[in-house]
Write a protein that binds this ligand. Structure first.
Ligand SMILES: [Zn+2]
Length: 277
């Protein structure tokens, strides 16, 4: 059995601020990076109790060079580094039995979600697919769905887990903390969070028969609301994008792989417009 893990950081137990998850920070980040890595390890250990053999981890936070190899079993593989076409879902292909989302966080605009954002906190204000507000969890679940791979587990704060369950009700959800606004948490101890992730991971694999690949119905309409008009000015330059408002663009296509890559292109180009003029 093959398992794919997309590992983010903001949903890790005890994480409450940008400095803790910023690779440029030399005081807090090294400690929290280890906590993130140990949660990934707990998920792997639980999945292996239930029969998973091969594991591929995709480091999915910030510069995507966070998970510490020393904290992982020797026989896993990991995708490391940034600028990947499928970003947080890079490396997925047919043949994986399940995917886990560890350390995930709330979508931009969700109250009581630690560090709530969707990809680029300073650029993207809202993301909708087929009219439904999407978090990183749903956007990536649909990438995995292209390859018939179901998401089986998500870990993060209560808001993240509950909003994922609203769209993917079969998920095994592991709540690591309660968020108090955007920058404070009432958290489990990291050790207790790891215990629960390990148990949840085992259950998720044991319950695999209940898990379903997630897909958006075609034609797929992606709408992006940006933080500023300058971001939309850039995004609308991409062929196929239509300006639908001062800060908003739309892209429609039948193939979600095309839609997702268009999304990555639009938020990257949109973010480039934040450079000083
Ligand atoms: Zn992140």
């Amino acid at each position: 059995m093959r398992l794919y893990i997309s590992a983010d950081m903001e949903g890790t137990a005890a994480v409450a601020s940008w400095t803790q998850v910023d690779p440029k920070n030399t005081t807090e980040y090294p400690y929290y990076r280890r906590l993130m890595s140990l949660e990934v390890r707990a998920a792997i250990d639980g999945a292996r109790e239930a029969g998973v053999k091969d594991v591929l981890i995709n480091d999915s936070h910030s510069a995507m060079r966070n998970v510490m190899w020393d904290e992982l079993p020797d026989d896993v593989r990991m995708i490391y580094g940034n600028r990947k076409p499928f970003s947080m879902s890079e490396g997925i292909e047919a043949g994986y039995s399940a995917a886990f989302f560890t350390g995930y966080h709330a979508g931009i605009g969700d109250a009581d979600g630690t560090l709530d954002h969707t990809y680029t906190p300073d650029t993207l204000y809202n993301v909708r697919v087929n009219g439904i507000r999407c978090s990183e969890a749903t956007l990536n679940a649909a990438v995995l769905g292209i390859y018939d791979v179901p998401v089986a587990l998500i870990s993060g704060d209560r808001t993240t887990v509950e909003s994922a369950l609203a769209q993917l009700p079969w998920l095994e959800g592991v709540i690591t903390k309660e968020s108090i606004g955007r920058f404070a948490v009432n958290s489990l101890s990291p050790a207790e969070a790891r215990k629960r992730i390990r148990v949840g991971a085992q259950r998720a694999i044991e319950r695999l028969g209940e898990m379903k690949p997630f897909r958006f119905e075609s034609p797929i309409s992606l709408e992006l609301d940006f933080a500023g008009t300058q971001n939309a000015d850039f995004a609308e330059l991409i062929p196929g994008f239509e300006r639908i408002g001062g800060r908003s663009v739309r892209f429609v296509h039948d193939d979600y792989a095309v839609v997702f890559k268009a999304f990555v292109a639009a938020f990257r180009l949109g973010a480039a417009a934040n450079a000083p003029v």
